[in-house]
Design a protein around this ligand. Structure first.
Ligand SMILES: Cc1ncc(COP(=O)(O)O)c(C=O)c1O
Length: 335
């Protein structure tokens, strides 16, 4: 039995799904959504708050502020509620409704900034907004997940060693890139311990992180519209880009087999499966990180109208295949 008194004390660190039965190729998916914040961001948030308490930046009267497309905001809301801090999350219109409601239920304030038609788009608008808040109120403490070393240190201390313990013979690790905290923490750890593990970053097409052109991205979690300050590409062996339509197809494919994962997991799995197929890498031990689960994406990735409005016919077909099957069985549309 496990008993806890604070929500961040629980985090499942040792669950992997072998995707072999779904994709015909083994890939061990490390599930990071099994904690009270529902995502991998619990680790970054805990580490940043602990560091700020230790160095005296964060004190009882502080107002924590942070820019987040969702998951970090939920994790910060949870920790702030538990420790008695106020928290204000600055997000944008791509933040899922459920995520926003969760933050509010946990007692946080949420400000949604409008998009800007300028380079840096949503993210720059959010960061400008946070800077403005901090300039106006001395109680504001911005931990800044995009620049804070505690973000990658969380994964150096916890995520990478856990993977190495579970897979001592690991050959390749696929990690999604948002702030690149997860990527850099894992990459630095395997380098520091001289493990011959290939580190493959997976990003969304339209993200500028690895030097590609900026483009529309609708699924939160991965991708950046400015270069992530935490990224040091010398630790990364390869970077893959995945189209969002492909992300959606991959999420639906896993959901049809009972595994409802978040959008960024679809991206990472899609990139990893293509990479493994290109090398016919059946003998390689491969792990990918699944940052969260699918419930937060029911009104986007798993909603056929949303998918239909944004992506091509093939994606929509894949997404509605289960429903059409029901229609043909009953002779009328399934509701
Ligand atoms: C769902 C999801 N996937 C991936 C990531 C990327 O993680 P990182 O910021 O460590 O690169 C995040 C981060 O917010 C996320 O919320």
């Amino acid at each position: 039995m496990t008993t806890i008194t604070v929500p961040h004390a629980f985090n499942e660190e040792d669950l992997y799904v072998d995707l072999q039965p779904i994709f015909g190729r083994s890939l061990f998916l490390k599930c990071e959504g099994l904690n009270f914040a529902g995502s991998i961001k619990l680790k970054a948030a805990s580490e940043m708050v602990d560091a700020a308490e230790r160095d005296g930046t964060l004190t009882p009267g502080s107002l924590l502020v942070e820019s987040s497309s969702g998951n970090l905001g939920v994790a910060m809301s949870m920790i702030a509620a538990s420790k008695g801090y106020r928290f204000l999350c600055v997000t944008d219109s791509r933040c899922n409704l459920t995520t926003r409601l969760m933050m509010e239920a946990l007692g946080s304030e949420v400000h949604v900034v409008p998009a800007r038609e300028t380079p840096g788009g949503y993210l720059r608008a959010r960061l400008d907004y946070v800077r403005d808040l901090c300039a106006r109120d001395d109680n504001c403490v911005w931990l800044s997940q995009y620049t804070n070393p505690a973000n990658w240190k969380a994964h150096y201390r916890r995520t990478a060693p856990a993977i190495a313990r579970a897979f001592p013979e690991l050959d390749v690790l696929f990690v999604g890139a948002g702030t690149t905290g997860t990527l850099m923490g894992c990459a630095r750890w395997f380098r520091a311990w001289h493990r011959p593990v290939r580190i493959v970053a997976v990003d969304s097409a339209g993200s500028v992180t690895f030097g590609g052109p900026a483009g529309r991205r609708m699924i939160p979690g991965l991708g950046m519209s400015i270069r992530p300050p935490l990224l040091d590409e010398s630790f990364v062996d390869e970077a893959l880009l995945v189209e969002e339509a492909e992300t959606v197809r991959t999420c639906h494919r896993m959901a049809r087999r009972g595994f409802l994962f978040g959008g960024s997991t679809g991206t990472v799995v899609s990139g990893a499966m293509n990479w493994l197929a290109r090398r016919d890498a059946r003998e390689l031990t491969a792990v990918a990180i699944a940052p969260d689960l699918g419930e937060r994406y029911l009104d986007t990735v798993y909603q056929s109208n949303w998918v239909q409005d944004l992506y091509d016919e093939e994606t929509v077909d894949a997404g509605t295949a289960g429903r059409r099957h029901e229609e043909s069985r009953s002779g009328r549309p399934a509701r």
